[in-house]
Design a protein around this ligand. Structure first.
Ligand code: IDP
Length: 136
């Protein structure tokens, strides 16, 4: 069954020139690009996207980070796309992410971990709609 997921190359990934690397890896895996847009998030969209973390001590820094420069928003499609991209991304903490994963290969700090991928069908639907209302 084909599934859609929201992938973000976060501002650290864009500023480090890793957009092509991320797209290459997900395309090589067999996932297909459905939408792509470089944009800088406003605070309200960032707070909505990360609403589940509102009470966490890192929330304010996370919103500053994710709004701090352009990010690449992608909608990606394929069989079990949500799980498939999470496997490509690796663990949230890049030090714990295995070598061969995007975070394992390119990051060291938990906040600046290069990519976001939706973590469930419910969040994928919510996030795709938030970033690309025309695809809903
Ligand atoms: P995920 O991105 O792997 O799904 P979440 O737990 O949903 O991980 O966290 C969302 C984002 O918040 C992470 O990707 C990371 O950028 C940031 N983050 C998570 N935990 C911490 C932390 O302990 N300190 C700072 N930033 C964090």
């Amino acid at each position: 069954m084909t599934e859609r997921t929201l992938v973000l190359v976060k501002p650290d990934g864009v500023s480090r020139g890793l957009v092509g690397e991320v797209i290459t890896r997900l395309e090589r895996k067999g996932l297909r690009l459905v939408a792509a847009e470089l944009r800088t998030l406003d605070r309200e969209t960032a707070e909505t996207h990360y609403a589940e973390h509102r009470e966490r001590p890192f929330f304010a820094d996370l919103v500053e980070f994710i709004t701090g420069g352009p990010l690449m928003a992608l909608v990606v499609e394929g069989p079990r796309a949500i799980e498939a991209f999470r496997a490509l991304a690796g663990a949230t903490d890049p030090v714990k992410a295995g070598p061969g994963t995007i975070r394992g290969d390119f990051a060291l700090e938990v906040q600046n971990n290069i990519v976001h991928g939706s973590d469930s069908p419910e969040s994928a639907e919510r996030e795709v709609t938030l970033f690309f209302p025309n695809l809903a």
